[in-house]
Design a protein around this ligand. Structure first.
Ligand code: ADP
Length: 189
């Protein structure tokens, strides 16, 4: 018999259930902006969260990885394994990654576990993302300075069955957060 403290006990301790909210969408679609706003709202409701996004991960645990096919897969594998640890502690974990293919999203879903994986498709058109060009990456990609940039030199596969789809051209950030909370709150409390 092992004496480990189990997930259910941890969840009881913090009075919430762990889940992964996996945001997928083009660069600049709004994943991190919505994730940060969602985290603030959940915090004010007394819920414990952790946000993971490309900048945090690629500067830390994955700083030895590049953008080859193999490295992209390893990037997602590690992110999903880290997410699973948080979820197993009962933490609401927001993952904000382009994750452009079904294959890569399925790797994440399989590692995290289907019942704990909530896919949120941040559906913002390439045109709008390119107009926003938050980090100047689209301009660089158009100049050919970034090869295989999703939406320009590499495809983005539309998720087939996202749990939630968000159209950021129709809703402001607060409305997006409200919609997500309405759909997920029963999975957390
Ligand atoms: P991503 O994390 O998907 O790369 P970011 O969150 O970094 O995207 O950037 C999205 C940009 O779009 C931000 O500048 C944000 O202010 C803007 N934006 C405009 N409308 C929305 C909306 N409804 N939801 C999210 N972001 C929005």
């Amino acid at each position: 018999m092992n004496n480990n403290i189990h997930r259910l006990e941890k969840e009881k301790l913090i009075n919430q259930k762990g889940v992964a909210i996996w945001f997928t969408g083009l660069s600049g679609s709004g994943k991190t902006t919505i994730g940060v706003a969602l985290e603030k709202e959940l915090y004010t409701r007394g819920l414990l969260t952790q946000l993971l996004d490309g900048d945090i991960i690629r500067e830390g645990i994955n700083r030895n990885l590049g953008f080859s096919d193999e490295d992209r897969k390893e990037n997602i594998r590690r992110i999903a394994e880290v997410t699973k640890l948080f979820v197993n502690c009962g933490v609401v974990t927001m993952c904000c990654f382009v994750s452009p293919t079904e294959e890569i999203r399925n790797v994440a879903k399989t590692i995290i576990g289907e019942k704990d994986f909530i896919e949120v498709f941040v559906n913002t058109s390439l045109e709008i993302c390119e107009q926003r060009d938050v980090k100047g990456l689209y301009a660089k990609a158009r100049r050919g300075e970034i090869k295989d940039f999703t939406g320009i030199g590499a495809p983005y596969e539309i998720p087939l069955h996202p749990f939630i789809e968000i159209k950021t051209n129709e809703m402001n950030v607060d409305e997006c957060v409200k919609m997500i909370i309405e759909k997920i709150i029963s999975r957390i409390k």
